[in-house]
Design a protein around this ligand. Structure first.
Ligand code: RWZ
Length: 371
């Protein structure tokens, strides 16, 4: 009975949180400019957040985006990267800090050139929020530094599935933890979520793994390799073989194994969403997850991912946004729809046919069990 209440809970009107932007200082305006410039899809959900958390989450995002821009830049030497990554949590409180060492083609170069505006605004948020953001930044920066150092010696990229998930933990699982702690600190989520760390980890893992699956071609062209050898070596001899047209079937079998690994996180994500009570926080978490499962669906049995960037259509993105900004029941319906589509596309000749079928069945059953 308690579960019924949770799933049918509905905030009948989405409160519109009016902000008087004329009162914003120039540095905060600049932070929001950067938010618009760096993240296309994420900005929309961040801007709708409850006013208590809007600025802390926006600054959290920009801090981690700054870290990401240092880690990602292939033109920077390890000697330059490592100290910045490891000390970024202190940089957040270093008055006037900025960095113009990124290559000219780095997409978010300007954020670091004017990073002093983030530092300026970081000073003004509540100490409890600062402590959470600093803690996550410290752990993520050190994890990235370890990864970058290791990658220097291991040109073949990520070895085992455990290594792959550890990387995803640093760049995304920790984001899940940080966001959850901010929600709870702000009184906008059930503190019980903190005692189930595997649920917030899955929220981040799901999003990051989907990005890594979808971006296989782009990452390969840029010299990055995140698909673990433990998976691709079961299907092809060399990583490059994935992109050869004659290996179409082997490449598809590799991609479905990657998708299976991500799909195994789906039920945890729905369980996490069931622990959220505040509408803007629910939307912030649910919309990206719906996009993620829809992306897994378009990538499943789709050889185009090895040739170009595959994306869900603008139309289905809009539909997902509307459906996911309502309640858990509608999000479950989105998950069920895409799980069923994946299930139908499952190929009996795929070595993971049975496992994929079992996982899809489990997700569908999980959804049915809560209604
Ligand atoms: C949502 C508050 C850009 C922060 C981390 C994200 C950099 C590499 C990219 C901060 C969805 C793709 C954005 C998985 C979280 N890490 N991974 C806030 C950030 C998926 C978002 C992006 C991660 C992240």
């Amino acid at each position: 009975r308690e579960l019924r209440q949770i799933i049918q809970w509905k905030v009948w009107h989405n409160p519109v949180h009016e902000r008087d932007e004329t009162k914003d200082p120039a540095s905060l305006k600049r932070c929001f400019d950067f938010l618009h410039l760096t993240s296309r899809s994420f900005t929309a959900v961040i801007l709708e957040l409850h006013p208590e958390l809007l600025v802390p989450v926006a600054l959290f995002y920009l801090a981690l985006r700054g870290l990401d821009t240092v880690e990602d830049d292939m033109t920077l030497s390890l000697d330059t990267k490592e100290p910045i990554l490891r000390n970024f949590h202190d940089i957040l409180e270093e008055d006037g800090w900025n960095f113009d060492g990124n290559g000219p083609n780095e997409k978010d170069r300007q954020l670091l050139v004017e990073f002093n505006v983030v530092v300026e605004e970081f000073k003004k948020i509540k100490p409890a929020y600062k402590a959470i953001i600093k803690d996550i930044t410290k752990r993520m920066g050190n994890g990235m530094a370890d990864y970058v150092k290791n990658a220097e010696f291991n040109v073949n990229g990520v070895d085992t599935v455990a290594d792959y998930e550890l990387y995803c933990h640093y760049v995304a699982g920790l984001v899940g933890e940080g966001c959850t702690r901010l929600f709870v600190e702000g009184g906008l989520a059930n503190a019980a979520l903190l005692s189930r760390p595997e649920l917030m980890e899955s929220m981040g893992q799901m999003l990051q793994q989907v990005n890594i699956i979808r971006d296989i071609k782009e990452d390969h062209d840029d010299g990055r390799r995140f698909w673990p050898k433990e998976i691709w070596s079961k299907h092809v001899d060399k990583f490059e073989d994935l992109f050869k047209p004659e290996n179409k079937e082997l490449a598809l079998n590799t991609s479905t194994e990657m998708i299976l690994n991500a799909l195994n996180r789906a039920d945890d994500c729905l369980y996490y969403l069931a622990g959220l009570r505040e509408q803007s926080v629910f939307n912030f978490c649910a919309i990206p997850q719906s996009m993620a499962i829809a992306t897994l669906d378009v990538c499943f049995q789709n050889h185009d991912i090895f040739k170009k960037n595959v994306k869900i259509t603008k139309g289905s993105a809009c539909q997902l946004m509307t459906e996911s900004s309502q309640n858990l029941q509608l999000v479950c319906e989105v998950f069920r729809r895409h799980t069923r589509k994946i299930h139908h596309k499952n190929n009996p000749h795929d070595p993971n046919f049975l496992k994929i079928s079992i996982t899809c069945g489990r997700i569908e059953q999980f959804i049915e069990s809560i209604f």
